[in-house]
Design a protein around this ligand. Structure first.
Ligand code: NDP
Length: 300
């Protein structure tokens, strides 16, 4: 079997276009422009790239983008004061604090200071609880992107056997909650799981989010399964020249493609969906803030 490639880049472009259309409609019909505030503390080069991309795509979707770059030595009190200002600003519908924060800042405290209705990353403890109890929540962007691709590929996920490899708060746990909500039978596997291969082989849907380059082998996959590879790992690529690197996922793509029914590549799979879902969440937050109907097909 040769797996169908699920093209996350094309899917994300489609999500961004749909968000853009709805933003234009919101502006025309209600005079409302969704706004996203991104807060970056310190000068981590990778975070700066993420923040720049987020700002660019926010503007391209027709939304307002508010960037707040603070020095690495910013105190917790200063950061909390900025969040309080953004919470109170009616032009800001989404607030994202870029993680990781410098070590002297308590991430949990900072994230939980964000108004849950503006928590477009879905990390606030209230949103975690709302998702776990099947209520209307802001859903973390990466698992939301995976869910959208799975729904698009399969239609209904009801009754499918899903295995989520990884139990982090930002990917594994919310992914499992979303699959459960769509009536999958869900197993969460992690570093202490016994006979991981056999557990993975049960999966009609396998979501890998472990951060271990090409850990999932071809013979871990049930023939015909759908494989969503969340991992982003940089590995040496001597074939490209001395000191060069390339990106790989948590799944051995070549071997898995020979067994799976469908698979997301790395790069070009889950990655581009994450920012697209951030824009979708900002639009959703804006609609909720104004008591308007939520955008169809862009929420969990
Ligand atoms: P974490 O490091 O927070 O969690 C990794 C999880 O994998 C843990 O639950 C851990 O288990 C489990 N794990 C680690 N090693 C093994 C192993 N050998 N066998 C079984 N389970 C194992 O990572 P994240 O969830 O934050 O990210 C996972 C991957 O997804 C990374 O590559 C990251 O870069 C990528 N990512 C991609 C995004 C995107 O936009 N595409 C967004 C976010 C993340 P335990 O809990 O027992 O330690």
């Amino acid at each position: 079997m040769t797996a169908q490639i699920i093209d996350g880049k094309a899917f994300a472009a489609d999500v961004r276009a749909r968000v853009g259309e709805q933003v234009a409609r919101l502006k025309a019909a209600h005079g409302v422009t969704p706004g996203l505030a991104v807060v970056l503390v310190g000068e981590d080069p990778a975070s700066e790239v993420y923040v720049r991309n987020k700002g660019k795509q926010t503007l391209e979707a027709g939304m307002a983008s508010f960037e707040h770059k603070l020095p690495a030595e910013t105190s917790e009190a200063e950061l909390l004061a900025l969040i309080a200002t953004l919470n109170a600003d009616p032009e800001v519908h989404g607030i994202l604090v870029q993680l990781p924060l410098p070590a002297h800042l308590n991430s949990d405290l900072v994230i939980n200071a964000i108004d849950p209705a503006k928590d477009v990353d879905g990390f606030h403890i209230s949103n975690v609880g709302l998702l776990a109890t099947g209520q209307k929540a802001m859903v973390p962007c990466t698992p939301l992107g995976c869910l959208m691709m799975l729904r698009d590929h399969h239609g209904s996920l009801s009754g499918m056997e899903a295995v989520v490899l990884g139990r982090s708060n930002i990917v594994g746990k919310p992914m499992a909650q979303l699959l459960l909500r769509d009536s999958c039978t869900v197993t969460i596997a992690h570093s202490r799981t016994r006979d991981l291969e056999a557990v993975c082989r049960r999966a009609d849907i396998l979501v890998a989010a472990v951060g271990r380059p090409e850990m999932v082998k071809g013979d871990w996959i049930k023939p015909g399964a759908t494989v969503i590879d969340v991992g982003i790992n940089r590995v040496p690529a001597p074939e490209k020249g001395a000191g060069k690197t390339r990106l790989v996922g948590d799944v051995d793509f070549a071997a898995a493609s020979a067994v799976a029914g469908a698979i997301t590549p790395v790069p070009g799979g889950v990655g581009p969906m994450t920012i697209a879902c951030l824009l979708a969440n900002t639009l959703t937050a804006c609609c909720r803030a104004h008591g308007l109907a939520e955008p169809e097909g862009l929420t969990a």
